[in-house]
Ligand binder design. Structure first.
Ligand SMILES: C[S@@+](CC[C@H](N)C(=O)[O-])C[C@H]1O[C@@H](n2cnc3c(N)ncnc32)[C@H](O)[C@@H]1O
Length: 283
């Protein structure tokens, strides 16, 4: 099955923008089937506790109230700089005059930033020039003709700035975002680190097996609507057998193997009925 055979009513939102980040575990390739799950239920407040590079937040239609969060403080610091008009100008003027080279990468990697602006500059530079956008122990990974040059880093930052207006941005543990009460009708989209894939290198903060269980318990007791995406494995199916589970497969090209196709296998889990998006409901 490939992405074109999924009968999800996916249309690009009018306010869809490209994420300014490259991100390990980013859902860019899976937007086609995740976004319809998020546009389906009525909600007036949207929360993403594991926003990462924000490919889903930037693709989804904004709600009346919006809250993005990630435990990765350095990424959240870049979001805060991107949201503020004044800080955005300072960040843009620094990064567009950067050089994408192996030598410069080695220098920036060793920086010990003294201000939040320097930290945002370092994180954004390393994200754009490192293998798979990994900022935790970053390895040089920018390629001429394959990766955007620094002069092209400005437009996605400016587009993201517009979408981030009025959005709450935090760097808390996911429980605070899921548990927070509201008078609004809340929809939460969770994209935690995968259960089985080895992601030790990808993120600064480890997500342990007890965190997967903690997330499940938190979602089981929430009165908010939630949608969760995960790697397709028996461990996840067993943890969430009390919820609605939908299977999705899609084809994508890997970043570093020209033209080679891979199959992504994902579970989308909800506490609301999404059968109308059909295909492979398991429980
Ligand atoms: C799979 S990535 C999210 C990718 C994102 N959906 C995208 O498209 O770019 C998972 C994220 O969870 C974050 N994370 C790990 N542990 C967390 C925790 N306890 N609370 C909140 N975020 C956490 C990681 O920093 C990482 O950014």
């Amino acid at each position: 099955m490939n992405s074109s055979s999924i009968l999800s009513p996916y249309k690009r939102s009018a306010d869809h923008v490209q994420s300014p980040f490259r991100y390990p575990g980013g859902k860019y390739y899976a937007l086609k089937f995740i976004i319809p799950f998020l546009h389906l239920p009525f909600h007036t407040e949207y929360r993403e506790p594991f926003v990462g590079g924000g490919s889903v937040f930037f693709a989804k239609t904004k709600s009346l109230h919006n809250w993005i969060n990630d435990l990765e403080t350095e990424v959240i610091n870049v979001y805060k700089h991107t949201q503020s008009k004044r800080l955005l100008e300072l960040l843009v003027s620094r990064v567009v005059s950067e050089t994408a080279s192996r030598e410069r990468h080695s220098i920036v990697k060793l920086w010990l930033p003294k201000s939040l602006l320097e930290r945002a500059h370092r994180t954004f530079y390393l994200n754009r020039t490192s293998y798979s956008g990994i900022i935790n122990k970053p390895a040089w990974g920018w390629e001429v003709g394959m990766s955007a040059p620094p002069i092209n880093w400005e437009a996605p930052l400016r587009n993201a700035h517009k979408k981030l207006q009025g959005v709450t941005i935090t760097d808390f543990d996911f429980e605070e975002i899921i548990n927070a009460k509201s008078k609004e009708k809340v929809l939460i989209y969770c994209d935690p680190p995968y259960m089985l894939a080895d992601q030790k290198r990808a993120y600064t903060k480890p997500f342990k097996s007890e965190d997967h269980v903690r997330l499940m318990k938190c979602l089981k007791r929430t009165s908010h609507l939630f949608c969760l995406s995960y790697d397709n494995c028996v461990e996840v199916k067993s943890l969430y057998k009390w919820a609605n589970i939908y299977e999705r497969n899609w084809n994508y090209n890997t970043a570093n193997t020209s033209g080679q196709r891979k199959i992504g296998k994902e579970l989308v889990i909800t506490n609301y009925d999404a059968k109308e998006l059909r295909q492979g409901q398991l429980f």
